[in-house]
Design a protein around this ligand. Structure first.
Ligand SMILES: Nc1nc2c(ncn2[C@@H]2O[C@H](COP(=O)(O)OP(=O)(O)O)[C@@H](O)[C@H]2O)c(=O)[nH]1
Ligand SMILES: [Mg+2]
Length: 330
């Protein structure tokens, strides 16, 4: 059913920048430089693509994708023909319906389905350049655990960022670096890649978790996901390499992100993650903050013509999952 398509293996000269996390997390570091044992030199690449009404963009983006091991599209209840278009363009695509709402839940559902060695977080709106995929993979093969895209490294850039977003980004970035001892240059950028064995370290809200009865999102289900991932990678003292990336313009439609509301959510996330990193268990706690303004799905409702149904598709994960794919990261 799934055709194995090989990654291009394309060599790249890169200007990547490697750094380490703070090292006070539960997962000990490892000697830098070399790839960890069990990680192949020519990894199978899994693209995880969250979509909310991206049919028009998929028509332009999907034909430009390189050959990879698998493409996992995680749909958030699109009311356009996103899924049909994806299947038409790539009959062997894996389609997952997310279990709750929000980009964070979409990514968690996608990560749970990965069968490759390397995961690439890939937006469907045309903003992520498919030609950069080999660069991310190369950084991982060169020894990074996490390849973090950065628009603010030499060679990176953005044609999409607004002045307010740039200002907010800079502020959030500095706060995160102060809290985690990191040297991130682009905390809030969603084009990243990591080894699949890192997924358990992220401990994202389980796909099988029921939606909150009060309608609020679970912490990690929204756009704070990128910050949560970055903070957890840093707290686990994993090896981070920043990869210069040029953010292109969303081709059709408008962003689902609200600069102010989601910016505040990111800020709260890094403080919550700092506290989490300081607790020995580091588990996702019931008292994790929720955002009261997210009740009743105000944002997602705008674009999908109503609440995105929290449905469980065949592709979602049964209760008590992970171990099948939980390759320990330490
Ligand atoms: N499945 C799913 N995808 C989403 C959701 N929100 C955003 N996306 C997708 O995530 C990607 C980035 O979202 P976008 O709205 O462009 O946010 P921005 O890039 O941060 O401005 C796009 O491919 C969206 O279709 C969601 O709630 N569920
Ligand atoms: Mg976008």
């Amino acid at each position: 059913m799934r055709v194995t398509r090989r990654a291009s293996g394309h060599e790249h000269h890169n200007h990547n920048h490697t750094q380490r996390g703070t090292g006070d997390g539960a997962h000990a570091g490892h000697p830098g430089g070399a790839r960890r044992s069990g990680r192949p030199a020519r990894p199978r690449v899994s693209l995880v693509v969250p979509t909310l009404n991206e049919a028009r963009n998929l028509r332009e983006v999907m034909p430009r994708l390189p050959q990879v091991h698998e493409v996992i599209l995680v749909d958030g209840g699109s009311v356009d023909d996103t899924v049909a278009v994806a299947r038409e363009l790539m009959p062997d695509i894996t389609v997952v319906t997310q279990t709750r709402r929000g980009k964070g839940n979409a990514l968690a559902c996608g990560f749970a389905e990965v069968t490759g060695d390397v995961v690439v977080m890939f937006d469907a709106d045309g903003s992520a350049d498919p030609e950069e995929i080999p660069r991310f993979v190369a950084a991982l093969v060169a020894g990074a655990d996490f390849a973090k895209g950065s628009r603010f490294r030499e060679g990176g850039g953005s044609v999409d960022i607004t002045p307010i977003r740039r200002l907010g980004n800079g502020f959030l970035n500095r706060r995160a670096n102060a809290l985690f001892g990191t040297a991130f240059t682009d905390l809030c950028y969603g084009y990243n890649a990591f080894w699949a064995d890192v997924v358990p370290v992220l401990a994202l809200p389980e796909p099988a978790l029921a939606p909150r009865p009060d309608g609020a999102m679970h912490w990690g289900d929204g756009f704070e996901i990128e910050t949560m991932i970055n903070c957890r990678i840093a707290a686990a003292d994993l090896r981070i390499t920043e990869v210069p990336s040029v953010e292109l313009e969303r081709i059709w439609g408008v962003s689902n992100l609200n600069a102010v509301k989601d910016g505040l959510r990111v800020l709260r996330t890094m403080y919550a993650e700092r506290r989490r990193a300081a607790t020995p268990t580091g588990t996702h706690r019931a008292e994790d903050p929720v955002d009261p303004v997210d009740r009743n799905g105000d944002r997602d409702g705008d674009r999908s013509g109503g609440q995105v149904p929290a449905q469980r598709s065949a592709g979602s994960v049964p209760e008590g999952r992970p171990s099948s794919r939980a390759r320990a990261a330490s």
